[in-house]
Design a protein around this ligand. Structure first.
Ligand code: HEM
Length: 411
């Protein structure tokens, strides 16, 4: 933890939550692992951005922005600088500026909208990413596009809405309190005007994955345990091999960053619910109560794809999700998944407009595409899924106590 009492107080205008933290003095770091999830603080500064290996919080507000076509390099550097300063305050449970929600005078609109005052930091993380379209002459970034940042191919079963996909910049806000995550996006959006405007957003509730070392595996809206075979925060070697961009990448400024792929995947809940339990398990390749592979064992037993049943058929179906996305079928590729459930009311047919907002971090977009290709081509699971929004972003490395997100790109 790099935040101390002096820094907290220096920020000023932290609101009640900040005052509580500040009162903890140098012990603010003890709040990082606090059992009270509303009091938890996650460091903003670090080698990598927070919100990737951070133990998954319960709520998401994802937002993608378009940069004004007339904006230049100076304007985006200014925006990233102001966003970084605001993010440092917000993750401490503070308001977006020192004047905040109430300190700007009665005759002016307040800097901060105020709905997160008294809510606590709630483990808020803010993770920034750049889309391919952010690399352009107008911003002086065209020559900094890494060769590895290839376009995501269209997948079988994609029903994409381009106006709700991609974007120049994205911000993933995760927190244990949904109001804290949404407050952050709302106020960062206000700060962006006129340099950038919202393109599309997605709310997520209920983490459907696990990234923390000891974090129990939760369930997605199909009732499946989701996150069992995920890369966890303490797997340094796996993170270096599969997630972080290495120093010898085509653009050294991106080293320590990663690529984030988001996909809004609608799940056909009503049809899924009519399947026999055994069929649901066959489609997944794992049993439903404990999440064990159908070849046997417990949740964390490695699947045995050679195991056969009494009729000589593979116990784990070749068209199951487990078979197709497992590293054994994908040149050893693994990814760090951070997905959230969503329910956006009902659709035109009166069915649940619900699914998984899938977020994954990989060392290159191409690796993600390779695994997804096996899934969308060969899998029974895709009959129940429909991807409507997508986005791929380069998440730059983290920053220290000074500096701004993405500064390497503009150096
Ligand atoms: C609504 C969509 C999806 C649902 C409900 C879903 C569900 C699951 C479940 C239940 C598991 C097994 C437990 C676990 O290891 O986490 C799993 C594993 C996995 N899924 Fe998905 N998934 C979805 C979409 C995707 C997509 C789009 C990808 C990326 C191509 C993907 C990649 C993976 C990977 C890599 C694993 C771990 C495989 C292993 O190493 O054993 N999933 N998923």
């Amino acid at each position: 933890m790099t935040i101390n009492r002096r820094q907290l107080l220096a920020l000023g205008g932290l609101g009640a939550a900040g005052a509580t933290l500040a009162a903890c003095g140098d012990g603010a770091s003890s709040k990082q692992g606090s059992d009270d999830i509303e009091e938890r603080v996650v460091d903003f500064a670090g080698e990598h951005q927070a919100g990737i290996i951070t133990p998954m919080q319960n709520n998401l507000h994802f937002a993608a922005f378009d940069v004004d076509p007339k904006a230049d390099r100076e304007a985006v550097v200014d925006l990233l600088t102001r966003w970084t300063a605001a993010a440092r305050r917000l993750v401490l449970g503070g308001e977006v500026s020192a004047k905040g929600a109430f300190g700007g005078g009665e005759k002016f609109p307040a800097d901060d909208s105020g709905e997160a005052v008294d809510h606590g930091p709630s483990g808020l993380t803010l993770t920034f990413g750049f889309g391919r379209s952010f690399f352009r002459d107008q911003l002086g970034t065209a020559g900094k596009l890494p060769a590895e940042f290839t376009e995501m191919p269209t997948m079988t079963n994609d029903f994409l809405r381009p106006e709700f996909s991609e974007g120049d910049i994205c911000i993933q806000a995760c927190a244990n309190d949904p109001q804290v995550a949404s407050h952050a996006i709302r106020n960062l959006t206000r700060l962006a005007v006129p340099t950038a405007t919202l393109r599309w957003t997605q709310l997520g509730f209920g983490r459907a994955g696990a990234t923390g070392t000891e974090q129990p595996t939760p369930r997605n809206l199909f009732g499946q345990k989701d996150g069992t075979a995920n890369i966890r925060a303490d797997e340094d070697a796996e993170l270096a091999e599969h997630v972080w961009i290495p120093a010898d990448s085509s653009q050294p400024w991106a080293a320590g960053g990663t690529y984030m792929t988001v996909r809004r995947i609608a799940m056909n809940i009503e049809v899924w619910d009519t399947l026999q339990l055994r069929e649901q398990e066959r489609v997944t390749g794992r049993d439903k109560p404990v999440g064990a592979p159908l070849s046997g064992g417990d949740e964390f037993t490695e699947p045995d794809f050679e195991a056969v049943n009494e009729r000589g058929n593979p116990k784990i179906d070749r068209a199951s999700h487990l078979f197709n996305v497992h590293p054994a079928q994908n040149d050893g590729i693994r990814m760090l998944r951070r997905p959230f459930n969503y329910v956006d009311g009902t659709n035109e047919q009166g069915r649940m407009n619900a699914g998984l907002f899938f977020i994954a971090f990989t060392q290159t977009p191409e690796r993600f595409a390779r695994v997804h290709k096996s899934m969308s081509r060969d899998e029974m699971f895709t009959e129940y899924l429909k991807t409507t929004n997508t986005g791929t972003y380069l998440v730059p490395p983290g920053v220290g106590d000074d500096g701004y997100i993405g500064e390497g790109l503009f150096a």
